[in-house]
Write a protein that binds this ligand. Structure first.
Ligand code: SAM
Length: 335
């Protein structure tokens, strides 16, 4: 198999990609790794940590494609990990990274001082967040992936409450809310260590959520982030911020209500997906056009008519418009 120019010396896997594979390699996650490579290329971190490395494919891609020579540390607890990495790197004629074969939390706590850390677990990143945050340098970038989107979107409310200390429900806003719940959870973990985690790129794709945080040391920066934790109110198919959990409609969260993207950062990346995120309104909530039309018993009009006054659809749901809610509601009720 190949991923771009990289040889992946694994037998083609029959059936679904799953945890029980001898070596975990998921070709569908190429897009996920493309974004990592674009970020590393731009930021040029000195010390890179990949605590849950799987096949090592992300490490070899970073080392071959980033255009400089960072210190790359790979780790995975699988017993065959050392052999797998040696095999992959020699097939690609690449110098070896620094290899560890232990529990990810022990790895992060023993190596430390990372400038870029990419946490790519099966399911929730929650068990690794504290160790990750405390192993990072001031100004570093922490990339987090979560594939337990069912919990974060409210399919299992008791799991969401236990794991992420918040509530969500299944609507067309659920992915934005799920990401914001996850961001708040990570920020609270950072707060207890006096580390401020500001999202600089956040998105939902396929079966996963991904957030890149800038990690800054300092109490004041932490307090500023905590001031942006509120509830969301879902009422009349609109999602807005609410300081308190009372009143009409459904109350969701608590969650992070601030910016999800750093536009300058997105602009600086050589990556098509970053450009797509850049084109979207980065504001909280919006209006579910399909749900409004259904409650008005009318057909959904062409979206181009609704996107005139600066509104945009976003990758979270093409049924939701952000940025010009009053205009959209006027068009839908009066046209
Ligand atoms: C989703 S895969 C990683 C995929 C990889 N990052 C890539 O780009 O292909 C998760 C990996 O985490 C490893 N893992 C799970 N729990 C771990 C732990 N506590 N410590 C170290 N590795 C762990 C698994 O063996 C698996 O290879």
């Amino acid at each position: 198999m190949k991923e771009g120019n990289i040889i992946v010396p694994l037998p083609e896997h029959q059936g679904d990609v799953c945890k029980s594979m001898d070596v975990f390699y998921n070709p569908v996650m190429k897009h996920h790794r493309d974004v990592s490579v674009a970020v590393v290329k731009k930021v040029k971190p000195v010390r890179i940590g990949l605590p849950l490395s799987g096949s090592g494919i992300r490490a070899v891609r970073i080392m071959k494609e980033c255009g400089y020579a960072p210190e790359v540390y790979v780790n995975d607890k699988r017993s065959n990990f050392m052999d797998v990495v040696h095999h992959l790197f020699s097939a690609n004629d690449c110098d070896l990274p620094i290899i560890h074969n232990m529990d990810a939390n022990v790895f992060m706590q023993s190596v430390k001082h990372f400038d870029y850390l990419d946490l790519d677990p099966f399911g929730t990143p929650a068990p690794f967040i504290q160790a990750a945050i405390s192993s990072m340098r001031n100004g570093a970038i922490l990339a987090i992936t979560a594939t337990d989107t069912a919990a974060l979107t409210g399919t299992y409310p008791t799991v969401a409450r236990r794991k992420y200390w918040a509530k969500n429900i299944r609507t067309n806003h659920m992915h934005e809310l799920g990401i914001r719940i996850l961001i708040r959870y990570c920020q609270l973990q950072g707060a207890s260590l006096e580390r401020a985690l500001t999202p600089i790129m956040s998105y939902s794709k396929d079966h996963y959520y991904r957030i890149f945080f800038r990690v800054k040391y300092g109490k004041k920066a932490v307090d500023k982030l905590l001031d942006q934790h509120h509830y969301a109110q879902y009422h009349n198919h609109q999602l807005t911020i609410s300081r308190y959990n009372y009143g009409e409609g459904q109350f969701l969260g608590p969650l992070y209500t601030g910016l999800l993207q750093d536009k300058d950062f997105l602009q600086s990346l050589d990556n098509e997906w970053a450009k797509k995120l850049l084109s979207e309104n980065d504001v909280f909530g919006g209006v579910d056009v399909y749900a409004v039309c259904s409650s008005l018993h009318r057909n959904v009009p062409p979206f181009k008519n609704l996107l005139k006054m600066g509104g945009t659809q976003t990758h979270f749901s093409e049924r939701v418009i952000k940025g010009n809610v009053e205009y959209v509601l006027r068009e839908l009720t009066h046209s």
